[in-house]
Write a protein that binds this ligand. Structure first.
Ligand SMILES: C[S@@+](CC[C@H](N)C(=O)[O-])C[C@H]1O[C@@H](n2cnc3c(N)ncnc32)[C@H](O)[C@@H]1O
Length: 286
């Protein structure tokens, strides 16, 4: 018997608008009109898994009160782009470990404050937060025990967070990064993959957080660094402003916001002070 073609199920422009507005309302992730086929493609398998015959049926299912939370979780897992790798944007990380962190440690030790809070706000599978942990451990050496350093990574995709918690990576996670010393020091080989060693894993924690939920952002208080890299591109201007305003409030005075290599706050927020370094810049709460 020949199976019915799955591509017989189409997301009409009207249904696309209903669905994308709903996803935007819940997550801030925005699909412009030219992304109709992308959304259709990502959700088609889910439709088939549910045995549904049309997108109309699926959209009603998503919006139905009883299925909403579970189905949205599945949608986020399917539509988010989790592209990340170890030591991404090395120049910025170098500025973090050689300039920003040492200066912060110095000013904190003058006030006998030993607490440092760092948040990776779109952590994906964890490479970003683990890179920070490795840089901190390397930079502080035996002084690490004098500090209470809190490294937290959050993401909207629960499936990608499971990956982060497992802390096992293939070659793809090391693209753009060829530091053998780090690999030997902080990873162990398991069945052809590399697993982050426990001393680094013990420094970090991962949790779910939807950046569209400002009250959830506000649970993260007294932050010294927020890394929010390569996620703002998925939001529209209003959402970006909401998120960045909330970040500003949650940072300590003198705290830093670090964005992705091609991102800026131009036209979004003018409260932050820009601090320039050769090859990069960072935002500081003055
Ligand atoms: C391209 S990855 C960036 C990962 C890492 N920060 C980096 O720069 O390598 C973007 C991540 O943002 C997450 N994301 C998208 N919308 C989000 C939202 N509303 N709240 C929290 N995370 C979100 C996605 O699940 C994805 O893991």
């Amino acid at each position: 018997m020949i199976a019915a073609p799955i591509n017989g199920k189409k997301l009409s422009p009207e249904l696309f608008l209903r669905l994308r507005d709903f996803i935007y309302d819940k997550s801030g992730i925005f699909f412009p009109e030219n992304k109709l086929y992308l959304l259709e493609g990502r959700l088609l398998n889910r439709l088939n898994d549910l045995g549904m015959q049309s997108f109309n049926e699926y959209v009603n299912h998503v919006m139905g009160y009883s299925n909403q939370a579970e189905e949205l979780t599945r949608i986020y897992n399917l539509v988010t782009i989790n592209e990340t790798y170890f030591f991404r944007f090395p120049r910025q990380l170098e500025v973090f470990s050689k300039n920003l962190l040492p200066d912060l440690l110095k000013s904190k030790s003058q006030t006998a404050n030993s607490r440092i809070k760092i948040w990776s706000a779109a952590a994906s599978s964890g490479e970003e937060l683990f890179s920070l942990a490795m840089l901190i451990k390397d930079g502080l050496g035996s002084r690490l025990e004098n500090w209470d350093i809190n490294l937290k990574g959050t993401d909207i995709s629960k499936s990608i967070l499971e990956h982060a918690k497992k802390a096992e990576y293939g070659n793809n996670s090391f693209r753009g990064y060829e530091n053998k010393q780090y690999k030997e020091k902080y990873f162990e080989s398991i069945g052809g993959r590399l697993k982050v060693k426990d001393d680094i894993r013990d420094m970090v924690e991962f949790d779910y957080l939807n950046l569209n939920d400002v009250s959830a952002i506000r649970q993260n208080r007294n932050l010294d660094f927020i890394f929010c890299r390569n996620v703002l591109i998925y939001f529209d201007k209003e959402m970006k402003q909401r998120v960045i305003d909330a970040f500003y409030d949650q940072l300590n005075r003198g705290g830093y916001l670090l964005l992705g290599e091609t991102e800026s706050l131009h036209g979004i927020n003018s409260k932050f002070k820009v601090e320039h370094f050769a090859g990069t810049f960072v935002y500081q709460k003055a």
